[in-house]
Design a protein around this ligand. Structure first.
Ligand SMILES: Cc1cc2nc3c(=O)[nH]c(=O)nc-3n(C[C@H](O)[C@H](O)[C@H](O)COP(=O)(O)OP(=O)(O)OC[C@H]3O[C@@H](n4cnc5c(N)ncnc54)[C@H](O)[C@@H]3O)c2cc1C
Ligand code: FES
Length: 274
């Protein structure tokens, strides 16, 4: 495993995983287990190198398992990984596609944008982050994009505020055939609201809580239109105009207290041993 710190609390790790690297396609993810008895966490496959038979994952420390992952060093191993999981992103020649990434989701939008560009689409990248230092994969996305926009909350790069503002402006003056968005749920919901009046097909890659990742446990269920879908097998991409966003956002926070307790117990144990 190789490791790089990309931004505050955001790490890139490259894992040798020949079976996953051989089959992974844009938009898919893998589920990792760091240690014996550890939680299984889904992470998007941000890149594949078929020569080194490796996959790249980019993650943000949000709790116990991502923190445990972040302290591993190059050359170390994780317990296991299963993948590629989920349906690949729909890639065909749509015309002009706006790829909207936010926070760590920028790394997840990158493989989709790359595949769309390869399929002869004109890719317009729109990235949102807290500050310039959080704008990961900027050069990679600039390289494959015909146009590039960024917004930071503190105004340190691009326009000040949220990326939905430049998106709204763009939709008002250009014909966009499709929008793909990956990022915090609240951002994807806002992207859906901005694009709805324009009637532009918009897909969002959802990140609900997952357990098995194979459609058995129901943890990742989301309501899309009138139907219940399992994001791990029916997604993770769905029509953003049909997702019941408020329910999705509520379910995402369902285990906050348990997550906090797990983190506290881990830090306490570390402190006893230190
Ligand atoms: C298909 C998919 C792709 C993802 N890709 C990425 C990625 O590329 N990079 C990245 O940083 N994050 C990604 N995530 C989110 C990532 O899985 C969670 O941040 C991680 O599981 C948090 O675990 P934790 O123990 O560190 O934090 P916890 O303290 O357990 O949780 C913090 C928050 O993370 C989310 N979360 C917790 N457990 C899970 C779980 N089992 N499945 C999904 N979300 C969970 C919840 O919103 C929770 O409130 C993805 C999620 C999904 C479903
Ligand atoms: S994670 Fe269990 S059904 Fe999707």
């Amino acid at each position: 495993m190789e490791k790089r710190n990309l931004a505050p609390m955001i790490y890139k790790m490259v894992f040798k995983a020949p079976e996953i690297a051989a089959k992974a396609r844009a938009g898919q993810f893998a589920i990792l287990r760091i240690d014996d008895g550890g939680e299984r966490i889904p992470l998007t496959i941000a890149d594949v190198n078929s020569f080194s038979e490796s996959i790249t994952m980019v993650f943000q420390i949000t709790g116990l398992t991502t923190e445990k992952l972040s302290v591993l060093e190059a050359g170390e191993y994780i317990k296991d990984a299963v993948g590629p999981l989920g349906k690949p992103s729909r890639v065909e020649n749509f015309g002009t596609v706006a790829c909207v990434g936010g926070g760590v989701g920028i790394a997840a939008v990158y493989p989709i944008a790359k595949a769309l560009e390869k399929a002869d689409n004109q890719v317009i990248s729109l990235l949102g982050a807290r500050s310039e230092g959080h704008l990961i994969f900027r050069e990679e996305l600039q390289r494959i994009s015909s146009e590039f926009y960024a917004a930071t909350e503190d105004g340190s790069f691009g326009s000040k505020g949220f990326i939905t503002d430049p998106l709204k402006e763009l939709l008002g003056k250009r014909k966009i055939d499709r929008i793909v968005t990956v990022g915090p749920g609240i951002m994807m919901k806002a992207v859906a609201e901005v694009s709805r009046p324009f009637g532009i097909p918009t897909v969002a890659s959802l990140n609900p809580i997952m357990v098995d990742g194979t459609g058995m446990c129901g943890a990742c269920r989301v309501t899309v239109g009138q139907e219940i879908k399992f994001a791990c097998v029916d997604g993770p991409e769905f029509d953003a105009h049909e997702v019941k966003w408020d329910e999705f956002l509520t379910r995402l926070n369902a285990f906050k207290e348990e997550e906090r307790l797990a983190m506290d117990a881990y830090h306490k144990e570390k402190c006893v041993n230190c």
